[in-house]
Design a protein. Structure first.
Lengths: 166, 179
């Protein structure tokens, strides 16, 4: 009984195999081109599922765009020309690495501006503290009576702690 | 008190940025095509089969509306378009549909069922023209002026509100422009 079931299972899996292989068909056609496609589309955003790359997305539009890029590659277009093709249609948003231009200066330079500002604030703070420490009035000397009182207080505290512990 | 002033101001500025960011629609990606000539194509009409290109629309202000029978939010948008056409407020404006990656029979049945606001619809079976127009989520609508330049792109379904507050005023100014 079990043996028969296993046989059926195996048979149905074999029948399913060509279905699963469908997706990989273009891969076999031209592995070099496909590798280039994956490399290029890794840096492109799928606009349907915005946090996925074009190479990894299963959205219909991503499949169509991969088809277009494949066509452009076969037509001998360079990577830069293909990126231009994408940007002309979907804007800089498709690029995971935005270009450096006036509207993105803040994006690229912002972290460094913050870093410089933080270093400046830190140095300022350290300098002010050094000055404050230097200008501190000399510590007042305790009188003998005060010293004894402090000693007894400290001793009392430690003996009280011992009581709790024991 | 004064030493807390700077952190509080910084915090309020940060909250301001976050509040603006929350209200923005991440799906609304500005199109680089606004201000550029509408990409050329030659597509067959859904009914009749004759082909049409943007060149044929010169001298007219038109809406280029991407739709499909499989598109769920098109059902929200469709009544708004039907009502706009029926109202007869702007009879000179043509609405050209781009039937995007659809089955012709399904598309025709859909129009028969929900009404047809389109002057005509074009068939983009493999989605290539959609890609040239930077379509990434149906429905999308382009406003194209008399010289064939895209003046606005609306992503997502047109609502009563966006039609009256944004699209119709633009159509009126474009209609007043010389050829």
């Amino acid at each position: 009984m079990i043996k028969k079931f296993c046989l059926w299972l195996l048979l149905s899996l074999t029948l399913l195999a060509p279905l699963q292989a469908n997706e990989a068909v273009p891969m076999a056609e031209d592995p070099v081109l496909e590798a280039r496609l994956v490399q290029l589309s890794d840096n492109l955003r799928c606009l349907v599922c915005q946090n996925e790359s074009l190479s990894g997305s299963h959205a219909d539009l991503a499949k169509d765009l991969r088809r277009e890029i494949r066509g452009l590659m076969k037509a001998g277009k360079s990577d830069a020309e293909i990126l231009d093709f994408m940007v002309a249609r979907y804007g800089d948003f498709v690029l995971y690495r935005p270009p450096v231009k006036p509207t993105t200066w803040l994006l690229w330079g912002g972290p460094f501006v913050l870093l410089v500002a933080a270093i400046f604030l830190l140095l300022n703070l350290l300098r002010r503290r050094a000055v404050a420490l230097r200008d501190l009035p000399p510590p007042e000397q305790l009188s003998e009576a005060e010293r004894l009182r402090a000693r007894s207080l400290l001793d009392g505290e430690s003996s009280a702690k011992k009581d709790v512990l024991s | 008190m004064k030493r807390f002033l700077i952190p509080i101001v910084l915090f309020i500025v940060l909250i301001g940025f976050l509040a603006v960011g929350l209200k923005r629609d991440p799906r609304d990606v500005p199109s680089p095509l606004v201000g550029k000539p509408a990409p050329a194509f030659s597509l067959p009409m859904l009914v009749g089969g004759q082909s049409l290109s943007p060149q044929d629309m010169r001298g007219k202000v038109w809406l280029f509306n991407v739709w499909a029978s499989w598109c769920v939010s098109c059902r929200d948008e469709h009544p708004v378009l039907v009502k706009f056409v029926k109202s007869g407020k702007m009879p000179e404006i043509l609405i050209v549909g781009l039937n995007y990656k659809d089955q012709t029979d399904d598309a025709k049945a859909w129009l028969a069922r929900f009404g047809n606001p389109y002057t005509l619809s074009l068939v983009d079976a493999d989605g290539r023209v959609g890609i040239d127009y930077g379509v990434y989520g149906v429905p999308e609508t382009y406003v194209i002026d008399k010289r064939g330049v895209i003046r606005m792109k609306h992503t997502g379904p047109i609502t009563e509100e966006s039609l009256t507050s944004r699209i119709m005023p633009l159509l009126a100014t474009l209609e007043a422009e010389p050829r």
